[in-house]
Write a protein that binds this ligand. Structure first.
Ligand SMILES: [Zn+2]
Length: 211
């Protein structure tokens, strides 16, 4: 009898696992074809709670042991970093920083766009940062296409004229770092702020000093 019940339980577990896998595969396949925020999309998200993104459960765990609620807004190391948004880069890890130590401003290519400069002004004027660091990295996606190519692709895909969209792609990493530092220095807002420039090697984890 015990053997029979064990067998039934085993079969039950196998069926459950198989069903979960099938539902997961169907969900992942359908997901790309269901219009976002459509009724079907909402229904699937509502009914398949076990497939909600892992980050929510990760956040619950994070919040359980969170002890940094008393940190002040001004960065304690008085540093602001402008970096590429590449997923292989963790600025805090690279520079040995902790939560609350620095501002990190990120965009594709670590470009000193008007918006990045806006953030640097706020960082410097209102939150007391006194030193800037610009970081680019090896194998950057911005080295691999030209603005005109992406403008053309977007224009065709969305049937619009995207020729005025600037993506700031660049052919040389070190030159790009120098260019961004030059842009920041040419703005009138940071006359006495030291700015350092580095290229981060995604294969070795090392920073190479540029400026
Ligand atoms: Zn990049």
């Amino acid at each position: 009898m015990v053997k029979f019940l064990s067998f039934i339980f085993f079969i039950f577990i196998i069926i459950c696992l198989t069903l979960s896998i099938v539902i997961f595969i169907v969900y992942r396949c359908l997901k790309w074809h269901i219009p976002k925020n459509s009724l079907l999309d909402k229904y699937i998200l509502l009914t398949m709670t076990s497939l909600k993104p892992d980050f929510l459960s990760a956040n619950e765990k994070y919040a359980e042991t969170f002890k940094d609620g008393d940190l002040l807004a001004p960065p304690s190391k008085k540093i602001a970093v402008l970096s590429c948004m590449d997923a292989r880069i963790s600025i805090n890890d690279i520079l040995g920083l902790k939560l609350g130590d620095a501002h990190v401003i990120r965009n594709a290519g670590g470009i000193a766009t008007d918006d990045a400069i806006r953030s640097l002004i706020i960082s410097h004027e209102l939150l007391g940062t006194e030193e800037f660091i610009v970081i680019n990295h090896t194998d950057c996606g911005m080295l691999k296409f030209k603005d005109e190519e992406l403008q053309k692709k977007i224009s065709e895909k969305f049937n619009i004229n995207a020729s005025s969209l600037k993506f700031y792609c660049f052919p040389n990493l070190e030159e790009n770092v120098r260019e961004q530092i030059k842009k920041i220095k040419l703005s009138p807002f940071f006359p006495n702020v030291p700015i350092h420039g580095y290229v981060y090697n995604v294969k070795t984890g090392k920073l190479n000093n540029v400026v």
